[in-house]
Design a protein. Structure first.
Length: 272
């Protein structure tokens, strides 16, 4: 039986492919490094709903098309108000909490960069598979913001407070070899072998007795996830404050200036 591929947006920026007990969710916006706009978040929500409702799906593989897993939030669609930020964060938090609390096993296959919200998405997965050239980037403070999507809670739970504090306060980057050395993953593979490694892992998990997987995930989750909602609430409040400070406006303007300049140069060339 061939896999069933369902586009969850009209333009296909997120697709859900189900093959037996495995669902593959693919972010398909490679020209923007799969940066998550509000439109894509809505599409991801529909994909999650689809796999949650499918009792036959036991393993969910999340991947990004192109050079990067996910560059995080789309800078061009950043909210401009505190209420906008609260709404945006609650959506991301909801997605990641559903992944953590689900009885299904989530795998993130990371190539290129998983940055910002993309890092949070990868951290919400149960198992991380990384290409040798991949990296997880935490640029939040450099944009005058705080970690979002549960990044501070997820990273601290999986790496411990010392390394997490260093990465989040410095806006740091964790390369695949560093992630393996730190214990965030034990699966770092050659860049051209990422898809095969992730798909093989998904297939191996899919044949393990379902109850054993769900119960084991529940036991592990019970050691760290009880305070997740409290952390989410603090995160939303902190982001609403940070997003209203002058530092964020300056940092965002600096980050988007090269793109605006490139766009204007393109318009000028077109007009010649």
């Amino acid at each position: 039986m061939s896999p069933e591929v369902t586009p969850t947006t009209e333009d296909g920026t997120v697709t859900c492919e189900v093959s037996g007990a495995i669902a593959t969710l693919t972010l398909r916006r490679p020209d923007r490094l799969n940066a998550l706009s509000g439109h894509m978040r809505a599409a991801f929500d529909r994909a999650l709903c689809e796999v949650e409702a499918d009792a036959g799906v036991r393993v969910v593989l999340i991947r990004g098309e192109g050079r990067a897993f996910c560059a995080g939030g789309d800078l061009d669609s950043f909210p401009s108000t505190a209420f906008g930020w609260r709404a945006r964060l609650r959506i991301a938090q909801d997605h990641h909490a559903r992944m953590v609390r689900s009885d299904k096993i989530f795998i993130a296959a990371v190539q290129g960069a998983a940055a910002g919200g993309g890092a949070s998405l990868a951290l919400a997965a149960d198992i991380l598979v990384m290409a040798e050239g991949a990296k997880i980037v935490f640029p939040f403070v450099k944009l005058g913001l705080v970690p979002d999507g549960g990044a501070s809670a997820l990273l601290t739970a999986k790496l411990g407070p010392a390394l997490s504090t260093d990465l989040l306060l410095s806006g740091g980057t964790l390369t695949a070899p560093e992630a393996k050395a730190a214990g965030l993953t034990r699966r770092v593979v050659p860049d051209d072998g990422l898809a095969t490694a992730a798909e093989t892992l998904a297939a191996d998990l899919a044949v393990i007795p379902e109850g054993a997987l769900a119960l084991t995930k529940n036991l592990i989750r019970g050691t760290w996830a009880d305070q997740l909602q409290t952390s989410f609430d603090h995160e939303v409040d902190a982001m609403a404050v940070a997003a209203g400070l002058p530092g964020h406006a300056r940092a965002l303007a600096a980050a988007t200036k090269p793109r605006r300049k490139s766009s204007q140069e393109h318009k000028n060339r077109s007009a010649e």
